[in-house]
Design a protein around this ligand. Sequence first.
Ligand SMILES: CC(=O)N[C@H]1[C@@H](OP(=O)(O)O)O[C@H](CO)[C@@H](O)[C@@H]1O
Ligand SMILES: [Mg+2]
Length: 567
Amino acid sequence: MASSEVEPAKTILLTSVANTIERFPLREGSFSYGTAGFRTLWERLPSVVNRMGILAALRSRAKGGQGVGAVVTASHNPIFDNGVKLVDPDGGMLSPAWEGYATRLANASQYDVLLTVSDIIEREHIDLSTVGKVFIARDTRPSGEILVDGLLEGAKAVGAHVEDLGVLTTPQLHYAVRYSNLNSKSSSLQGYMENIVTAFRKLVELNPKGSDVKIDPIKVDCANGVGAIHLKHLAEMLSPLAEYRIYNDGTEGVLNEGCGAEHVKSLQVYPIGLDAAPNEHCCSLDGDADRIMFFYNNGETSGHAEGDGFKLLDGDRMASLLAGFIHNFVLEAELDKELSMTVIQTAYANGNSTSYLTGQLKLQVMCTSTGVKYLHAKALEHDIGVYFEANGHGTVLFSDKALQLILAGVESNPDPDSSKKARSFHILLQLSDLLNQAVGDAFSDMLAVQIALLYRGWSYIDWINCYSDLPNRLAKVRVRDRSIVKTTDAERRCVSPPGLQDVIDRMVKEVSKGRAFVRPSGTEDIVRVYAEAETNKLVDELSNGVIAAVFEIAGGVDGKQTHKSSK
Ligand SMILES: CC(=O)N[C@H]1[C@@H](OP(=O)(O)O)O[C@H](CO)[C@@H](O)[C@@H]1O
Ligand SMILES: [Mg+2]
């Protein structure tokens, strides 16, 4: 574009931005684009969401018009919260370099919005002759419909074509964005569904034990959220091969209230309305279906009615099951010399899961900071990257090199029945289709776990018997200013406030298998304290000691702690 044309184009764009933001006045308070985008009470969000529409369109134009996504969701949080998160053209989280723009835009006065937009156009060398493309989706929150209007307006004001995909799970939106920019798969919702259904069916057929097997039915708590809508459809497509019994489908209960992945994980109790008979396979999705927790009732009574016999299989368990399962086929396909495979965890992974992965399965394990974007980025550095947060976010990524080698193996061994090696190539290919390559996805994770258990002939009991979790505690401490707490070494060590880490080190040294760390939450105004040790007694001592130290050294407020749970 000739430079003389730039200024008028920019003036038109800024006028259009000025018009849209005027309709969505800034609310009180400050906003920060954190681990999960922006999240707060929905009434505070109209201006933020409108500005994220503007930013999504700018991001798309900066990427030469590739599709970008914006999803309106507050995941596992209460129904009156909402949020907005942007999705990059590869289907992953917004580039960290743009998170700063997001925060700046969200807090800017009306006038500063124009300056910020102008600044982004200059810095990112945005060619104003490109047209942007923005995909929008939302979860089932009633406020979503209102907020989406602002998002739509913002994106259109910056000259983007907007496609409102309606009520989708967060991973479905990530998938749509990714494949709208790649031509390898259909990016439509139907395309998403057919892709995982086909991969699942083929994997059942490829089972080395034969395809005439019974898949254990699974009870799925959908947290009264968007997962229920799409799981109903998925269940119809997979019937009668597999059976999904849907609970908390949103027809009666309230989103995330007494149910969902966060509820079962933090309280270690069954979701409301789901009666788990001993050893029945169950799981819980969160409100936007990007994470999943598995659980069962082991039949023991503990006098704690809500959680009697409750046994949780979390993200660490998924990492170890799927990593071991996939590695086995990598070995059988004789790809282990050519492909690097790594499991990525965060500091919240139970120490015994890490020992199992490295000691028993002989796999490489790496640790990153909390937040899917960090795990995802690290996974991309490897040919096969298995990443899971303990709380159930995660997937398995296959590099282009891995896919090429697997495809070449399938092409030179078209008959999976010809050898174990041949079958392994076919299985790996289908697993790479089943597992969402854009982001962690409760549906594809659930189906992948079912396949791994099916092939192994395992129940949840066999799965849980791989290792036993070290007793652990996760607590929240409210402090005056959590930004003074700074960490290093993938958040495992605290460098500020001074002296805190020394105290933690001294306490950890005193307990067998002790480990503890503190970090400021990226999503709540609190400091998180994690501790684990060999016994419940020791972990309580360690956890309480560290909580007290944080309170004293980091400026605690509101009593010693606000919340504590065992994982
Ligand atoms: C200990 C923990 O579960 N932390 C969660 C939580 O982050 P915090 O930064 O700890 O608030 O929310 C993130 C976004 O959903 C999720 O990625 C992460 O795992
Ligand atoms: Mg979620």
